[in-house]
Design a protein around this ligand. Structure first.
Ligand code: ADP
Ligand code: MG
Length: 902
């Protein structure tokens, strides 16, 4: 049950325990909607009570007040005005809250009829949750808003559990499923960034997964029944109105369970309504380049480390002109592919538009007028749509027609050919009907009426004429009455109490009360100076006028429903149109980007090549351009030597600020761009597809998760060394920086050896440990490179040029001088440095290179044999020992130790 309802308090006096009818109703509705803040409609406000009020007042920064007492205690309350509620909803949802919107479902006058004390009926009309939004005001136009269900599989014996994922966006209708393992779950969540995640109670409470949920704003534990495998298939089939979910393709059991949980949750939050979804599409884990959460954050793909979207790769490369195109681009950037054929098919589309700028310009021009069709369709399918959503369908079909023209070409690449086909697949009748029926100016809400064009419907025209002609009809009646009664001053007026009435000066009133007119004019009121009358005729006209307005609205609503039904009956082809427009937008936008920024088509295949010439970092280049500086392009070659199933490692040295991090990242970004099917910022690029990409920076702060920075660095490095394959790309930036020099150097050293000998991946390794460069003598695929600098009159000049070789020194003192350290400190540092350098720090390292056995040998030897002493120590539980037992243990350990010495 819900624990937010008020406690009964302690020993409340009898009368204090009285519960008002309003509170009774509130508590009942609240307890039926646990886990949601209840927006309880009272007049022009949504009120929140008890703990809800406390949460909302904190979250929204609004005043917390009190309203009466409940069970003897004050009721905390806060409220938001209904007309501004969207804004408040938005802020609550963004913070991961859920809101149950409870409306008055009857007129207060109705309630009064049941007795003075009875209260207005209310019920929850909608649950607003972060993952089930449809309103443009609550959604980000350029991002998908995924609801993700995660189903955990019961593993055989002690194997690691697998997970079924189902994710859908009810605002666009997209729906996907996949299966993943425990190791990749976090990466999948980071890739999709769901607005809301649902999991079964016991999965939510699993201690092993708790850390994962904590990093996400809206993880909702739901009843186990949503994840019930026994009826999952039936629920899914029912949602789509098909006999069996087999008709969508083959899913694993876990995928079915997750998909069914997602749709059932949607039905529950939408109170039984079923937004239109495309049948679930299955994604295979190995078709997508796997990028874990830390790498994503680190490479600033969709937002910067500080959380801004500006300055991210996405912001710099996005040249789309439609919201759905922007969403698709973001999705592709988050999920680059691994299949060279699929990647090249996308690249063909980009190339097509690049090679024909006039055609591209024509297409993009047309797209500028394209509305957000998928979101309009979603609202219509939820009966939450308005006239402008119908207009969106009409306008999108217009754009589709123009675009189909722009795509007419004998040799269209496959992806664009499929788009062209979809663009023409909707019956033209629909567009014509919408165009003929919808008015030019459209109200936001259908309830306002006035959105159907005149001349479409005879009944509607007649009703409107009657409504609009009312002034003339009344004026005509007024002059006729004035003639008939010969009272020039007779007027027909209107007020809210009487409605229409006839008014004459008091002096003339008697005439109408007389025998001649008594039958026709019925006396209503006598005022000072005036008398008011009614006639049956006036009453009839009044009734007709009022009902004509109502009737016009009713007729319009009926037409709306007809149009809406026509749209929904074509929803599949319309969704295909939306999808095609988004794809064309992305292809044309990437072509536009390639042309304006002078990017090239990467050669993508299944080799282990990684050869990039004249590469730039798109974001750094963009910001340098604004500051007027040139970006220095650099080459990178990590391709494995011929015949070797392994890649090269570039060890990059150079002083701080030389450009090491920039160089590392630009190569990772180019791999991502290439595999998403985009051109890349380089003169030439040849990339053998990467299966997993890892990027780590030494000593990154992760205070939020409460781990020391060094610990984070090591945990992340461990993940790489355990997971990277020969097909992976690893970027390590100053690993080992977070601890003492020799510690750090040793860890970096061992890491490098492991990457070279065991992972055998392509890697870039930036380091400030110059000692590591000596390793190239032993590791044959390790290449020493350095970012060059020049010394000029005691200052350091950054050339940003990556060249073969080793940095001669770190220029730390010069960089410190640039940073403005006081001259006395700089001078002193130079002297200390000279002393240190004279003692030749590198000497012991050279000795190590000669003395230490190679890593592979070391790693084999490192397999720990069981050690009775260690086992005995591990078996101890110091907290559980009595002092006597502790002493005995000590003797026992001592015994074991001396035994080993023998
Ligand atoms: P490091 O990691 O070696 O300390 P960074 O990669 O952080 O250096 O680069 C420091 C700054 O140098 C960047 O912010 C950028 O302004 C500039 N920079 C880096 N690479 C280049 C380049 N190739 N061309 C021009 N400027 C660059
Ligand atoms: Mg750096």
């Amino acid at each position: 049950m819900d624990d937010r309802t008020p406690s009964t308090g302690t020993a409340a006096p009898a009368d204090a325990a009285r519960v008002t009818p309003l509170m009774e109703q509130y508590v009942e509705i609240k307890s039926a909607n646990p886990g949601s803040l209840l927006f309880y409609r009272m007049g022009d406000f949504y009120e929140l009570f008890f703990e809800d009020a406390e949460i909302a007042s904190r979250a929204l920064g609004i005043v917390l007040t009190k309203r009466g007492k409940h069970l003897g205690e004050d009721i905390p309350m806060c409220g938001v005005p209904v007309e501004k509620s969207d804004d408040y909803l938005h802020r609550l949802i963004a913070q991961g809250h859920r809101v149950a919107v409870c409306e008055q479902t009857e007129d207060p006058a109705e309630a009064k009829k049941r007795g003075a004390k009875s209260i207005v009926r209310r019920s929850v009309v909608r649950l607003v949750t972060p993952g089930t939004l449809t309103e443009d005001t609550l959604l980000e136009a350029k991002r998908n808003n995924w609801l993700m269900a995660i189903a955990r599989g019961r593993p055989a014996s002690d194997a690691a559990p697998t997970f079924g994922l189902g994710w859908l966006d009810i605002s666009t209708g997209e729906f996907h499923v996949a299966e993943t393992d425990a190791a990749r779950l976090a990466a999948e969540i980071a890739r999709l960034e769901p607005g809301e995640i649902i999991v079964a109670d016991q999965v939510h409470d699993d201690p092993e997964l708790r850390a994962l949920w904590r990093t996400h704003a809206a993880v909702v534990p739901v009843a186990k029944e949503l994840f019930d495998g026994a009826n999952a298939e039936r629920r899914l089939a029912e949602y789509f109105g098909v006999a069996t979910s087999n008709s969508f393709g083959n899913f694993t059991r876990l995928e079915l369970v997750a998909a069914a949980a997602a749709v059932t949750y949607v039905e529950r939050t939408q109170l039984g309504k079923r937004p239109a979804l495309t049948p679930p599409v299955r994604e295979h884990g190995d078709t997508v380049l796997s990028i874990d959460a830390a790498t994503r954050a680190n490479l600033e793909l969709v937002r910067t480390l500080s959380g801004d979207t500006r300055g991210s790769l996405l912001a710099v490369v996005d040249r789309t002109v439609t919201a759905s195109g922007a969403r698709l681009l973001a999705t592709r950037l988050a999920s680059p592919l691994t299949d060279p054929a699929a990647i090249n098919a996308r690249l063909d589309g980009v190339q097509f538009f690049l090679s024909d700028s006039p055609r591209r310009a024509r297409g993009r021009m047309a797209l500028h007028a394209a509305p957000d069709l998928s979101r309009a369709l979603a609202r219509l399918s939820l009966q939450r749509g308005g006239p402008r959503d119908l207009a969106a369908v009409r306008d999108a079909l217009d754009v589709a027609r123009t675009m189909a023209g722009a795509l007419s070409h004998p040799d269209l690449p496959t992806e664009l050919a499929a788009c062209a086909k979809s663009l023409g697949a909707v019956d033209p009748e629909l567009r014509a009907t919408l165009a003929e029926t919808l008015a030019d100016e459209l109200p936001l809400s259908k309830a306002d009426g006035g959105f159907i064009r005149a001349g479409c419907d005879d009944d509607l025209d007649a009703a409107r004429k009657l409504r609009d002609d009312s002034r003339q009809v009344i004026a005509g009646l007024q002059s006729r009455y004035a003639d008939e009664t010969a009272i020039r001053a007779l007027k027909i007026k209107h007020n809210n109490v009487l409605g229409f009435f006839i008014e004459v000066p008091a002096s003339q009133g008697d005439k109408l009360l007389g025998a001649d007119f008594r039958a026709q004019f019925i006396h209503r009121q006598t005022m000072a100076g005036a008398m008011r009358f009614a006639t049956t005729e006036l009453g009839e006209i009044e009734g007709r006028i009022a009902s004509a307005g109502d009737r016009a609205i009713q007729l319009e609503l009926a037409i709306f429903d007809r149009l809406s039904a026509a749209v929904l009956s074509a929803i599949r082809p319309l969704e295909a149109v939306a999808d095609a427009l988004a794809r064309v937008d992305v292809a044309a936008a990437l072509a536009e980007l390639a042309e304006t920024e002078n990017w090239t088509r990467p050669e993508v295949d299944s080799s282990l090549a990684f050869l990039i010439e004249g590469a730039r970092h798109p974001v750094v280049e963009d910001s340098l351009r604004r500051d007027g500086g040139p970006f220095v392009p650099n080459d990178c070659d990590l391709s494995g030597p011929d015949g070797d199933k392994a890649g090269r490692i570039w060890l990059v040295t150079g002083p701080n600020m030389a450009g090491k991090s920039t160089f590392l990242r630009q190569n990772a970004l180019i791999a991502i761009m290439a595999q998403m099917g985009a051109y890349v910022p380089a003169r030439r690029a040849h990339i053998g597809v990467v299966d997993r990409l890892f990027s780590r920076v030494g000593a990154a702060d992760d205070l939020a998760r409460g781990r020391s920075t060094f610990m984070v660095e090591m945990v992340e490095t461990a993940a790489i060394l355990n997971q990277a394959s020969a097909r992976s790309l690893v970027i390590l930036d100053e690993i080992g920086r977070g601890t003492a020099t020799f510690d750090g150097l040793s860890i970096a050293w061992a890491t490098l050896e492991h990457l070279h000998e065991t992972n055998r991946c392509r890697a870039l390794f930036a380091t400030h440990f110059h000692e590591l460069t000596a390793l190239s003598a032993r590791l044959k695929r390790l290449v020493n490179t350095t970012v060059r600098v020049k010394e000029y009159h005691g200052d350091v000049v950054f050339l940003h040029e990556v060249a073969a070789g080793v940095a001669d020194r770190s220029y730390g003192v010069q960089v410190a001088k640039l940073a403005g350290l006081p001259p006395a400190v700089i001078e002193r540092a130079r002297i200390v440095l000279a002393e240190l350098e004279a003692s030749d720090r590198a000497a012991p390292v050279r000795k190590m290179i000669d003395d230490l056995p190679l890593f592979s040998a070391a790693s084999r030897a490192a397999q720990p044999a069981t050690d009775p002493l260690l086992e005995a120590i591990a078996a101890l539980d110091p907290d559980a020992l009595t002092p006597k037992e502790a002493l005995e243990s000590l003797y026992r350990l001592k015994g074991l130790a001396s035994e080993r010495k023998k």
